[in-house]
Design a protein around this ligand. Structure first.
Ligand SMILES: Nc1nc2c(ncn2[C@@H]2O[C@H](COP(=O)(O)OP(=O)(O)OP(=O)(O)O)[C@@H](O)[C@H]2O)c(=O)[nH]1
Ligand SMILES: [Zn+2]
Length: 210
């Protein structure tokens, strides 16, 4: 594979096992759970799991900073909050490798330049598709937007259910974890923070058209 077409590898500098080794690890786990990896229904499972991992953890190949590289300046000095809310995300907890499924709300107060809104959702995805704890995921999203766009402020709020708490361990379905990271004016100015909360509490498009 040529360098130009291979995806950028942004993982920590640990040696990556081969695909064959990854598939063997799945067979070991199947045996450990009490299964026979040789039975017909499980024969293709190791390769399916490897493919699923490529999808779940695609974020290690994506540079969130690069996603925010293109900005637009012709915005007539728009200087109010931009909020993208209810961005669904799927992640995996680094303690149990169990799914974390939730919604992110991402806001910033631009300084001269704005970014394409889909890029905010892509930044959420780039960090979510890694092994995470919710606090770090929240901070990484906010810190990156703040560092790259240099806005007046950045705010990120995440609400999520952790399957490590619902399907195992303490078994508490319906519990959600809420985390936030407020930077710049959102941290310093309570009026700006209140304005953001008011925007978040407005009816959604679905509710308006219902
Ligand atoms: N702060 C934080 N904790 C998390 C997150 N995801 C999972 N956890 C918690 O991480 C903790 C790990 O605790 P341990 O005692 O080491 O692991 P455990 O014995 O499997 O714990 P239980 O889940 O209580 O059975 C648990 O309390 C989880 O609920 C997260 O995103 N943030
Ligand atoms: Zn967990």
């Amino acid at each position: 594979m040529s360098n130009s077409s291979s995806p950028k590898d942004l993982r920590s500098p640990v040696s990556r096992p081969s695909r064959q080794e990854a598939e063997e690890a799945v067979r070991v786990l199947l045996r450990w759970a009490g299964e026979d990896p040789g039975r017909e229904g499980l024969l293709d499972t190791p390769s399916r799991v490897a493919r699923a991992y490529e999808e779940f953890f695609e974020g290690y190949h994506i540079s969130p900073e690069e996603l925010l590289a293109r900005t637009f300046a012709e915005v007539e000095d728009y200087d109010e909050i931009v909020l993208l809310r209810d961005i669904r995300f799927e992640s995996h907890c680094e303690h149990h490798m169990a799914p974390i499924i939730g919604r992110a709300h991402v806001a910033y107060l631009p300084r001269r330049r704005v970014v394409g809104i889909s890029k905010l959702a892509r930044v959420v995805e780039a960090y979510a598709r890694r092994f995470q704890i919710q606090e770090r995921l929240t901070a990484q999203i906010a810190n990156t937007i703040d560092a790259v766009l240099e806005p007046h402020g950045t705010a990120v709020i995440l609400e999520a259910g952790h399957q490590c708490m619902t399907t195992r361990g303490v078994h508490r379905p319906g519990v959600s974890m809420v985390t936030s990271r407020m930077l710049g004016v959102f941290r310093e100015n309570s009026d700006t923070r209140r304005e953001l909360m008011a925007m978040l509490n407005r009816p959604t498009i679905g509710e308006l058209s219902a």
